[in-house]
Design a binder for this molecule. Structure first.
Ligand code: NAP
Length: 287
């Protein structure tokens, strides 16, 4: 199996590289070696390497900054995704792409299935939805995995931020009215590998997240409790619940973003590890 991976220096990209079966051939590209907004270079790399599957973990992921940099967000998340889908089609390769819970408006009250109609309320979500639609229209052999609240031992993420803030502050304000499911990037990488390895690959959109429904406040407490069992400096840190309105972030956030995982579970079982958070916190504190 020949895989072209984009975004290989991001959270999911790095976790994927760690887990790729040894007998798979990998071209791991990053923003310097393959800027996905450059359609000519994308096509040329695909023609040269001739992958069976293109896995796109690249993305413009700065949700708040996207409000002031919409053009850049759309260039990467919409045009870049289209470039990869078109190159996959030209090559006869499968295209596997990552999207987000933020294509939804957060007004639902029960886990959101793949049949629910997206209605993004911020620029990042709009750019990701545009990427989904462009890819699905461009290439029939496209799989989209929507995920949420991704964390890992790599890159920038909420777990790392909380561990850093816990050493800087005794009281950390955290939003309590956004509900979602943290997802370990390693679990998502395992799912991507399973999708890539299926001989009769499914097509279309799937939701894949961790099982635990929570809010940022509770998630931060869990991270700090886990950290405190390893490093006593975290024992005295407290969390102050605030609302999304009080935080007044540049990007509007959907309040309820629990994705229904049933379809993906029916397809590949349950590839979610039991306690990845503990492992990740231990790894991060060991460095
Ligand atoms: N993080 C989350 O909570 C979350 C939730 C749901 C879905 N997702 C989606 O899942 C995917 C992976 O997320 P992640 O957390 O692993 O992201 P990440 O850590 O931010 O990594 C994204 C990678 O994309 C690369 N990239 C940006 N622009 C590029 C371009 N023009 N050409 C090629 N590469 C480019 C970045 O490289 P540079 O650093 O060099 O710019 C970065 O290494 C993204 O599509 C994201 O939208 C993320």
């Amino acid at each position: 199996m020949r895989i072209l991976l984009t975004g290989s220096k991001g959270q999911v990209g790095q976790c994927l590289k760690d887990r790729l079966p040894e007998d798979w051939e990998l071209i791991a590209s990053d923003s310097k070696t393959l800027d996905i907004t450059d359609g000519h270079n994308v096509l040329s790399m695909v023609k040269t390497f001739e992958p069976d599957v293109i896995i796109n973990t690249a993305g413009y992921t700065l949700v708040d900054k996207a409000e002031a940099h919409a053009q850049q967000a759309f260039a990467v998340n919409a045009t870049g995704t289209l470039n990869l889908a078109l190159a996959a089609k030209a090559q006869g390769a499968r295209f596997i792409h990552l999207s987000t819970d933020q294509v939804f408006d957060g007004t639902q009250h029960a886990p959101i299935t793949e049949c629910s109609v997206p209605n993004p309320i911020n620029t990042y979500g709009k750019s990701k939805l545009a990427g989904e639609l462009l890819a699905l229209n461009a290439h029939v052999d496209t799989i989209i995995l929507r995920s949420s609240w991704i964390y890992s031992e790599y890159g920038h993420n909420f777990v790392k931020s909380v561990l850093r803030l816990g050493l800087e502050k005794s009281n950390i304000p955290m939003v309590q009215d956004q509900i979602g499911c943290p997802t370990y990037a390693g679990d998502l990488a395992e799912a991507l590998i399973q999708f890539a390895s299926m001989s009769k690959a499914p097509r279309g959109i799937y939701h894949f997240t961790g099982h635990q429904q929570t809010n940022w406040c509770e998630f931060a407490r869990t991270i700090l409790n886990t950290a405190a069992s390893i490093d006593p400096r975290y024992q005295s840190v407290s969390i102050e619940p605030i609302t999304t309105a009080e935080l007044a972030a540049p990007a509007t956030r959907p309040l309820y973003c629990v994705l229904d995982n049933q379809a993906v579970q029916n397809l590949i079982g349950n590839p979610i590890a039991d306690t990845p958070l503990v492992r990740v916190v231990k790894k991060l504190l060991a460095h």
